[in-house]
Design a protein around this ligand. Structure first.
Ligand code: NAD
Length: 467
């Protein structure tokens, strides 16, 4: 797909902003936009799954329907249901000193929101921020990933069909276009991508004091306790890890497992994998490929490095095939922190199992690393769960499962520290892309009019107020 010339970015932003200033979308307009987006998108869901599959070499059509289809529809429904209430001004008490004045907070749109999206859920991570920005009354300029060019073309066409170009526009291109895009003076910028690029985006945004939502990555642990049933844990970890072949920001990156359960967990994971994809990894419809040769080489590099460090590497089904970018579900036994696979976000189908002896040791391991985007404790023991939740801090938590907190419209989604800042989804996104305008309205008669020099005349009043 064509790359947008960098010289065209700033004029497009000006066009979007001028149009927004002339006509800020009201409730009726926003609802109409969301409804039309929903129905145009729904009508093209099958096409979307095929387009994403072509970009990946192959991507499970059903996983695309779930992760890039259902989630978007669900989020738009949530926005449509709650938008009228979120837009209502909210009265706040002023306190007796300011009686009989009144105060309230009313949400206002910010202007033009920029959205930079990655390749791994190329529709979800473009359309959910976009729909949220539209719900909050903004115009949107979207920059999808260069690694999914067919999906970017699909998004451009879909959005051009739903929105006039002065309300929503799309810029395409690689890191150079991304860098120029992040340097535009947006009213808010939502960036989803790697922590390394997130740092550059924040530096670029700083020049304009552009407010940011940074949705980044990192290593999200699953913490299996000794009370939790192993088969169920293995099934749910397998879903979180091998959905989209591990190319998920909130996939369990590694598992902390009691030392005496490690080998049984390997067996349970193998069973899960073989039941899903076949012992020879021949259910290729449901198993997604690595997106490109660069990512494949990065993951192969982790395996080579782990092998050089003497780590046991166990493929759970089938064989790797670089020509098809097919990399089997693979566990690595107890790699230490000198290995790359424990230093960098994996973002692929490799799953290190790290043995621990005491829960304190497992918690200390998590806390000695960057705050993760997600944390997955597996335990039915309430005291232990409380200990884990209180002792750690992650962007989000699913207890006794993986991924699900992402899908709940009422939960804010975002990281903490190196895994991100700010949050979106539902109300959190609406708030992030709105200005909560505080308003005070003075009454006709107010004691405030008396509080003027010469103060000696009103000291009796001050004595009653300042107490
Ligand atoms: P990436 O950071 O390489 O690229 C993301 C986007 O940024 C792309 O559109 C790219 O063109 C653009 N870009 C590149 N250089 C830029 C620059 N200097 N300035 C501005 N934009 C620039 O990420 P990726 O490889 O596409 O995605 C994988 C990463 O994204 C992983 O780290 C993953 O954890 C993270 N991720 C996070 C979430 C989340 O919600 N927190 C979701 C999905 C992926």
């Amino acid at each position: 797909m064509d790359t947008t010339p960098i010289s065209a970015l700033a004029p497009t932003l000006t066009r979007l902003r001028t149009a927004w200033q002339a006509h800020k979308p009201d409730l009726a307009q926003r609802r109409d936009d969301l409804r039309r987006l929903r129905s145009a998108f729904k009508a093209r869901l099958d096409e979307m799954t095929r387009v994403i599959a072509a970009d990946f070499g192959h991507r499970s059509l059903d996983e695309s329907r779930i992760a890039d289809g259902m989630t978007v529809l669900n989020d738009i429904d949530h926005l449509l249901t709650h938008l009228p209430r979120w837009m209502r001004p909210q009265r706040v008490p002023v306190g007796w000193r300011f009686w009989p004045g009144r105060a309230w907070i009313e949400p206002h749109p910010l202007g033009v929101v920029g959205v930079i999206a990655p390749w791994n859920y190329p529709v979800n991570l473009a359309l959910i921020p976009l729909a949220t920005a539209i719900a909050a009354g903004n115009h949107v300029y979207l920059k999808p990933s260069e690694h999914t060019p067919r999906t970017s073309a699909f998004l451009r066409e879909l959005l051009a069909h739903v929105f006039p170009p002065e309300r929503v526009d799309v810029a395409t291109g690689g890191a150079d276009v991304g860098a120029a895009f992040a340097a535009l003076p947006f009213d808010h910028l939502v960036f989803t991508g790697s922590t390394a690029v997130g740092r550059k985006v924040m530096a670029a945004a700083a020049a304009n004091l552009t407010p940011l939502t940074l949705e980044l990555g990192g290593k999200s642990p699953a913490l299996l306790c000794d009370d939790f049933p192993l088969e169920q844990a293995a099934a749910r970890i397998a879903t979180g890890k091998w959905f989209n072949c591990g190319q998920t920001c909130i996939a369990p990156d590694y598992v902390l497992v009691p030392a005496d359960r490690r080998d049984a967990l390997v067996d349970a994971l193998r069973q899960q994998v073989q039941a899903r994809y076949g012992a020879a990894l021949d259910n290729l419809d449901d198993y997604t490929r690595i997106i490109n040769d660069g990512q494949y080489a990065r993951l192969q590099g982790y395996l080579d490095d782990a092998r050089a460090h003497g780590v046991a590497i166990i493929p759970l089904a089938g064989q790797a095939d670089p020509s098809r970018r097919l990399l089997p579900p693979t566990v690595l036994l107890d790699p230490d922190d000198a290995t790359r696979v424990m230093q960098e976000e994996i973002f692929g189908p490799l799953l290190p199992l790290k043995s621990y002896r005491t829960l304190d040791e497992a918690i200390a391991y998590i806390n000695s690393h960057d705050r993760p985007l997600a944390l997955y404790p597996f335990t039915h023991d309430r005291a232990r769960l409380r200990q884990i939740l209180d002792a750690t801090l992650a962007g989000g938590v699913s207890i006794n499962d993986t991924l699900f907190h992402f899908a709940i419209g009422n939960l804010p989604f975002g990281g903490v520290g190196p895994s991100g800042m700010g949050a979106y989804h539902g109300r959190a996104g609406f708030d992030a892309m709105s200005k909560a305008l505080p308003v005070f309205r003075q009454a006709r008669l107010t004691a405030g009019d008396l509080l003027r020099p010469p103060y000696a005349r009103v000291r009796w009043l001050l004595d009653r107020i300042v107490r």
